[in-house]
Design a protein around this ligand. Sequence first.
Ligand code: GLP
Length: 260
Amino acid sequence: MEVVIVPTVQDAAAVVVEAITAALHRRPAPVLGVATGSSPLPTYRLLVTAVGAGRLSFATASAVLLDEYVGLPLDHPQSYRTFIRTHLTDLVDLDPRRLHGPDVGADDLPAACAAYEQLLLELGGVDLQLLGIGSDGHIGFNEPSSSLTSRTRIKTLTEQTRRDNARFFGALGEVPRHVVTQGLGTIAAARHAVLVATGAAKAGPVAAAVEGPLTAMCPASVLQLHPHATVVVDEPAASGLRLAGYYRDVFAAKPAWQGL
Ligand code: GLP
């Protein structure tokens, strides 16, 4: 795992964009795994600017959702499909038919989850999966106690996650209880996993994920097993890391040819 500590939120976004740019050039039809939440927003703004300036293109790319609420219409303002369309895919040159997510409206949800796993395979796998981290260490919507090898499936949100996400809804009661999320095993299959976390509130979960034990109680700790995982944090989010000095030294001395 590589930990990149940068001074500001904007710097973190710039590092993530560098990784995404590299991933988009790795295959003729690349696949970007997209996450919701506030953490990736500065990254999405930079991507939109880069595409507008002609420095980057999604023309041959697909985007795949990390997770989705169950019970919201797909065009609901808080559905994750709407979120990703609003903040990224409608603003760049990605073919709207190549934005994919699990079919959470299906009568047979387990079959829809299996179909989503199959789709990811048919697309050739995910080149880069962007991730945020929840206050309880979740990635996607894999709550604590999630199997470390889980695949896409239905999950029930914890009260804490529902409260964290209530800010996007009118009231706590409007936050769905159920979601479909890529599993930890699904996320682990992405060629490059990039977690971005900024702000002091993320210091605890980041430290647990990076330096704590590998445990289902901190689902993001599964990234410790990933052969190519990058954790990009600003200084406040890095404040709980014991080896912060070492991570800074490693990054400062990184050979240019290595990339992210
Ligand atoms: C939700 C999403 C996660 C995201 C998390 C943190 O739970 N399912 O993918 O990482 O929120 O969001 P934020 O970045 O706003 O703190």
